[in-house]
Design a protein around this ligand. Structure first.
Ligand SMILES: Cc1ncc(COP(=O)(O)O)c(C=O)c1O
Length: 465
């Protein structure tokens, strides 16, 4: 008497919730069943005792919506960092986990004045829809600054203002990556980039990151064997390690890009917060036709503005604008106007020097406390800028175990796994130094030291038994 009714049958009336089951009589209910495997209720066609055909559609459970999520979406890794930040926020713990700038460096008063000024003087333009490429004078400001700094020939027409450099990552990967495409990334690399790219189902080819830059022989081998069209890297004070590529590595990578017609997304949000050592040229200045050079005001001014930019190879500008349009029409207009006003009324280098000084003090304090409190077998990088340093642990210590003990004692950091595409990283840790004061840095690392030393003794004893 019964047969399955396909969901596509448009004559089926749609019942819209599990409560509707109560409206059916027992006879009908016995005809309804649940597909336990997929957790989706299925529709059935059934006949009542008089032989009249009654078609009942049945509920979609919450699970049925989850089952509909796309393969692309499901491939995006979740952010351990965001989860830790939630815990850190709730419990007021000492957090070396988030990638947060030092809030004392935010120019709150100046930005308040700028926002006030642009709203009262140009309110209509500020509050109206705007062009997708971004405010021209702001693009000119960026072009002038980097043309002077690196002797480049950037044209403001090839700059697009973005809602932070995370958007540049998202738009660029949308433009280039298709399922199965070979993509070169650093090993380890920025989690937000892995999230942005993973949604397009690439095949990642992680390349070893040495203290002076990416292993260029490995890059060339991948170019030969896998014909990648896209590479992502962070040459300045890399997130998560704090490593900065030296000049030789930059030049070699620039040559590889043109030899193999490889596109590089050079993610560069940290170069302006170098607090030691000499300024190095961006790879974009050495191979401008192959590089999308992404910058950000998040670390220069404040991340809440959500302001970044990208310098594009000229033939790519219109394509980038089209891809961005489909995401957000244009970047936040009030932020653009307020930022431009701030940049024209104040000396950005005075502001940046204060930030650099604060970050150097925080980084030095963290390095000193690591030497003082953590076991000697733990190695650290020695950043000359940025916001992070990277710890490499002996094989007896697993950062995924350590984080549980540390969280229970009120300290957070990010275990290394989050920054690898293949689950590596258990013996490493990312430490953020820019969002803790010197006293908290000492307290937090002292706590970590006690936990790490105890665990190391225990694990070494277990191994020797
Ligand atoms: C390497 C890297 N790229 C991009 C971003 C995103 O920054 P924003 O979108 O705020 O410019 C971050 C944030 O921490 C980062 O570390």
């Amino acid at each position: 008497m019964k047969q399955t009714c396909l969901q596509k049958n448009t004559t089926c009336p749609d019942l819209s919730g599990i409560e509707d089951q109560r409206k059916l009589n027992t006879h009908e209910q016995s005809r309804l069943h649940r597909d336990h495997q997929s957790e989706i209720y299925v529709k059935e066609q059934c006949f009542d005792p008089k032989g009249t055909q009654q078609v009942k559609s049945f509920v979609r459970t919450k699970e049925s919506l989850i089952a509909k999520l796309s393969e692309n979406y499901k491939n995006i890794p979740s952010s351990f960092i965001r989860e830790i930040l939630n815990v850190a926020d709730q419990q007021n713990i000492i957090s070396f986990a988030g990638g947060l700038p030092n809030p004392e460096c935010f120019p709150c008063q100046q930005l308040a004045e700028s926002a006030q000024r642009v709203l009262s003087e140009k309110g209509i333009e500020v509050l109206q829809y705007a062009g997708s490429q971004g405010l021209l004078p702001l693009r000119q400001w960026i072009a002038n600054r980097y043309n002077q700094k690196f002797d480049m020939k950037i044209d403001a027409n090839n700059i697009v203002i973005t809602n932070g450099s995370q958007q540049t990552l998202d738009v660029t990967t949308k433009m280039f990556i298709e399922k199965g495409d070979a993509v070169i990334v650093e090993k380890p690399t920025y989690l937000g980039a892995l999230q942005a790219m993973s949604g397009y189902l690439p095949e990642f080819h992680p390349v070893t990151l040495t203290e002076t830059g990416l292993d260029t022989n490995e890059i060339e081998n991948i170019c030969w064997q896998n014909k990648p069209k896209f590479m992502y890297s962070i040459p300045n004070f890399q997130n998560p390690t704090g490593i900065c590529y030296d000049r030789k590595h930059r030049e070699k990578i620039a040559n590889i890009l043109s030899d193999y017609q490889l596109i590089l997304l050079e993610d560069d949000p940290y170069s302006e917060i170098r607090f030691e050592g000499e300024q190095l040229p961006p790879i974009a200045s050495l191979a401008s036709e192959n590089v999308f050079w992404s910058g950000s005001f998040s670390k220069m001014v404040a991340p809440g503005l959500r302001m970044g930019w990208v310098v594009l190879p000229p033939e790519m500008t219109a394509h980038f604008i089209k891809a961005k349009q489909s995401t957000d029409l244009h970047s936040n207009n009030l932020s653009q106007y307020a930022l431009l006003d701030f940049l024209t009324h104040h000396n950005i280098d005075d502001h940046l020097n204060k930030t650099r000084k604060a970050y150097k003090a925080q980084c030095d304090a963290m390095k000193e406390m690591i030497v003082k409190y953590l076991p000697d077998s733990i190695k650290m990088t020695n950043p000359q800028g940025g916001m992070f340093l990277w710890l490499t642990l002996p094989k007896e210590l697993d950062s995924n175990e350590l984080i549980k003990d540390c969280l229970s004692q009120g300290v957070a950091f990010v275990p290394g796994n989050s920054f690898y595409t293949n689950g590596d990283g258990a013996h490493s840790i990312r430490m953020n130094f820019s969002n803790s004061n010197l006293e908290t840095i000492e307290r937090g690392i002292k706590t970590m030291g006690a936990i790490f030393s105890k665990k190391l003794r225990l694990n070494q004893m277990t191994v020797s038994i």
